[in-house]
Design a binder for this molecule. Structure first.
Ligand code: NAD
Length: 375
């Protein structure tokens, strides 16, 4: 049943009721209570850090994939091969929030023994915000490097010098724990924008930067129809519907880094590089874990990082009143702000979540409670 116009509107909702709502949607769709809560926690965390692209905007798509059997509930990683420092594991197309957590846990457990570990994860459901995994390692005092690719319907990005899709948005994340305060955290797609940012822009969120996309004739553009074939926001959208592509970030250098994600995450893990003939989305992730205590026997790292962060940030700002930020600072500030003031959601995102809730069987009193929780 469609929502009435007056039920739409821009909303701000606190993290907790949003988590509850999302968890109940997944539970109603057939996931266990534990997995539903986990998926909800990671999605809302992405909104809290400011990455709407990988947050609750994904709920309709995840539920659609669940129904189509393109993501499987209740999965665990399967060990393909393993030794003291490395493991190749298969995610069996389980929810990335479940599979990612298990794969990172294995990497953290292994790093304790030898100071270094490598986990090659293949065939995971969507791993969401990759910074989650680097943050999980950082919380255990471990440095982590993650290289990710997507097989199947995530084929979206044109390589430098090309105008046809040959890669996914291939994120890279690097997290470094700090003694006092949040970790240093680089976490970004290797395309100018992540696909979810296009979805978010179409749903009324931040507009796309100039030239983020490219038309089939090579013209730079910001038109989301080039990706989805239309600008109709109602989900699920067809990622293969448009004739254009997202552009790789940083010209030839970003394109080269994205290519290496295909090599490390796609080929080396056994998941597969970007290709056209796969009808679901599988993420793969090559993760390297380093225990700073094993490397840094003299206690140099902590003070040196503190000194360097101060020095880095002391650069004269380009614009008056501007500020130089370290990787991860924006996300930390967003989290503090949104935990205090609530999570803003574009109209269309809120509408799509409530439509999905109705679709999985929510009754009107439960929808009303969700509406009451939102301002
Ligand atoms: P983005 O362009 O917002 O870049 C984020 C990075 O830039 C962060 O490290 C952030 O701290 C840093 N940053 C942001 N503003 C800054 C500033 N003013 N000064 C200094 N540093 C700054 O992110 P994105 O590329 O759009 O990626 C968004 C999310 O999408 C990420 O969490 C990524 O992991 C995720 N993603 C996932 C997949 C997948 O397949 N699962 C694919 C692509 C992207």
């Amino acid at each position: 049943m469609a929502l009435a116009e007056e039920e739409w509107g821009a909303v701000i909702i606190q993290a907790e009721p949003l988590r509850d709502l999302v968890a109940e949607i997944f539970a109603a769709a057939g996931c266990s209570a534990e997995e539903s809560a986990r998926v909800a926690r990671y999605l809302v965390e992405s909104n809290l850090t400011g990455h709407e692209s990988h947050g609750v905007i994904r709920v309709p798509r995840y539920i659609h994939w669940l129904r189509e059997g393109k993501v499987r509930p209740g999965q665990s990683i399967e060990i393909i091969t393993e030794n003291a420092v490395l493991a190749v594991v298969d995610g069996c197309l389980g929810f990335g929030q479940t599979i990612g957590e298990q794969a990172v846990r294995l990497g953290i457990d292994k790093v304790a023994a030898s100071g270094v570990s490598v986990i090659a994860l293949r065939n995971s459901g969507h791993l969401g915000r990759i910074g989650d995994w680097a943050e999980m390692a950082a919380a255990a005092g471990v440095i982590a490097l993650h290289f990710v690719n997507t097989t199947g319907i995530g084929l979206l990005v044109a390589p430098f010098g090309g105008i046809e899709r040959r890669m996914s948005t291939n994120p890279v994340a690097i997290g470094v724990p700090m003694a006092d305060g949040p970790p240093l955290m680089l976490d970004c797609a290797t395309s100018i924008v992540a696909e979810g940012k296009i979805l978010n822009a179409m749903s009324g969120g931040n507009p796309l930067p100039e030239g983020a996309l490219i038309d089939a004739d090579g013209t730079p553009s910001t038109d989301p129809a080039l990706i989805y074939g239309s600008t109709e926001t109602t989900q699920p959208l067809d990622l293969r519907g448009g004739r254009g592509a997202i552009r790789a970030m940083g010209e030839h250098k970003g394109s080269g880094l994205a290519f290496m994600c295909e090599v490390l995450a796609g080929a080396l893990t056994g998941s597969g590089c970007a290709r056209e003939d796969v009808d679901c989305l599988a993420n793969a992730m090559l993760s390297v874990y380093l225990d700073p205590k094993t490397f840094d026997v003299a206690g140099f790292l902590g003070p040196e990082l503190e000194r360097y962060v101060r020095y880095f940030k002391s650069a004269k700002p380009m614009t008056p009143g501007g500020e130089v930020l370290c990787p991860g600072e924006v996300e930390h500030r967003n989290r503090v702000d949104r935990l205090a003031h609530g999570v803003p959601l574009p109209d269309a995102t809120w509408r799509d979540i409530l439509e999905t809730a109705r679709d999985v069987g929510f009754d009107q009193p439960r929808i009303d409670r969700a509406l009451d929780a939102a301002q």
